[in-house]
Every structure is written in structure tokens, then in C-alpha cells.
Write a protein that binds this ligand. Structure first.
Ligand code: NAD
Length: 196
């Protein structure tokens, strides 16, 4: 799947960072949060980050403006119908994430990938809330997202190869370096192996 539009749940530290790198990579972004104040704060943060890049002459002002124009914000999950992938980056709470994943599954296209940026919750356990766990995967960015290169791509037991391959390609499109990880780690494994 060629990913053109990225839905992001949560406009906080990680969500607005992911929105920034996706928009800079030329992707359309739909960033969702619970209220307009949270969305405005997220947009202000990423705008400030882009301004600093322009001031350091690492980004053209026209590219900053084009990136900001690619970001749509909303409190309405129905907007996710346009997304090829939805990356959940909301508050780290397992019950909240289960509720959000159900909302994403109801709003997004049946073929859209669903990813979570969770730091500590099992991808396989989160997948159990979905009717289609094969399209669910962990996509663990590091903070601050615009500056740190690695993204840990974490398969759940039921994650499909197509989902894994699409997320690995997306990570590279974001100019990040994917490292693979499995829901079940082999005793001899390091984090830098691809689990297939
Ligand atoms: N901060 C880090 O260093 C870091 C690093 C890697 C991964 N993570 C993970 O990323 C995720 C987000 O962390 P963060 O630091 O960005 O948190 P944060 O508190 O900065 O932001 C979370 C955002 O989620 C929003 N939110 C809460 N419920 C929501 C809902 N139902 N729908 C939409 N938005 C909702 C909140 O309003 C808030 O804006 C967590 O799973 C965390 O474990 C964080």
C-alpha cells in the first residue's frame, strides 16, 4: 500500500512530532485530539519546531508553509476515513487505548493500517481489541521525534507481512531508520533483527 494520508491520534509530545515529520515528508496529516485547546497546542509546538529549522537555514520557509498546510486538525474521528494509516499516540493508558482503537476501527477504512506508539503496552494485547488484528502494529518513535532517527517497528503475533512491509516503507519515507522487533523475542535476538 502506498501511504499518502496519515491519521494521528493525540496532538501531544509524540503526536505533534509525528505530524511534523509526516507533513515534511509530503504526506497529508489528520491530527485528532479531544479538544481544540490540545490541537492548538500541538500545532503551536510543531510550528515552533519548523520555525527553528527555518531560522537555522535547514528548511525553506516555503517548505514550512507547505508542511503546515498539509496538516488538518479535528476532534472528530470520522475524519479518519481519509487515512491510509492511523497512528495512535494518545496518553499511555491501556483502557484508553483499547477504547481509542475501537473508535479508529469504526472510523477508518477496512484496509487502513492501525499503529500504536505505545512505549510499554503489548502490541498483541492491544490487537485483541480489533476485529482485524493483522493490520495492527507497533510504531514506536522516540522523543523528540523530529530529531531522533530510530523507529521501532513492533509486530504483534497476528501482524501481517503486508502491514509490516508498509510500515517499514513509511518509516523510511519519513527519513527515519526502522528497527524490527517481535511480540515474542527470541532469547538470542537483539533489537536490530527483522522478525518474519
Ligand atoms: N513522551 C515520550 O518520551 C514518549 C516516547 C515514545 C513513546 N511515547 C508514547 O507515546 C504516546 C503519547 O505520549 P506523549 O508523551 O505524546 O503524551 P502526551 O500526554 O504529551 O499527549 C497525549 C495526547 O493524547 C491526547 N488524548 C487523550 N485521550 C485522547 C483521545 N481519546 N483521543 C484523542 N487524543 C487523546 C491528550 O489530550 C494529549 O494531547 C504514549 O503511548 C507514550 O507511551 C512517549
Amino acid at each position: 500500500m502506498s501511504i499518502q494520508t496519515v491519521g494521528i491520534i493525540g496532538a501531544g509530545t509524540m503526536g505533534n512530532g509525528i505530524a511534523q515529520v509526516a507533513a515534511i515528508a509530503g504526506l497529508k496529516v489528520i491530527m485528532i485530539d479531544v479538544n481544540d485547546a490540545a490541537l492548538a497546542k500541538g500545532v503551536a509546538t510543531l510550528t515552533g519546531s519548523l520555525e527553528r529549522l527555518v531560522a537555522k537555514e535547514k528548511l525553506q520557509a516555503s517548505d514550512r508553509d507547505a508542511a503546515i498546510a498539509r496538516i488538518e486538525t479535528s476532534t472528530d474521528y470520522a475524519k479518519l476515513a481519509a487515512a491510509d494509516i492511523v497512528i495512535e499516540a494518545a496518553t499511555e493508558n491501556v483502557d484508553l487505548k483499547h477504547r481509542i482503537l475501537k473508535q479508529i476501527e469504526a472510523a477508518a477504512r477496512p484496509d487502513a493500517i492501525i499503529a500504536s506508539n505505545t512505549s510499554s503496552i503489548s502490541i498483541t494485547a492491544l490487537a485483541a481489541t480489533l476485529g482485524t488484528p493483522e493490520r495492527f502494529i507497533g510504531m514506536h518513535f522516540f522523543n523528540p521525534v523530529p530529531l531522533l532517527q530510530l523507529v521501532e517497528v513492533i509486530r504483534g503475533i497476528q501482524t501481517s507481512d503486508a502491514t509490516f512491509d508498509a510500515v517499514r516503507a513509511l518509516t523510511e519515507k519519513l527519513d527515519k531508520s526502522p528497527i524490527g522487533a517481535c511480540a515474542i523475542r527470541r532469547a538470542s535476538s537483539s533489537t536490530a533483527f527483522w522478525c518474519r
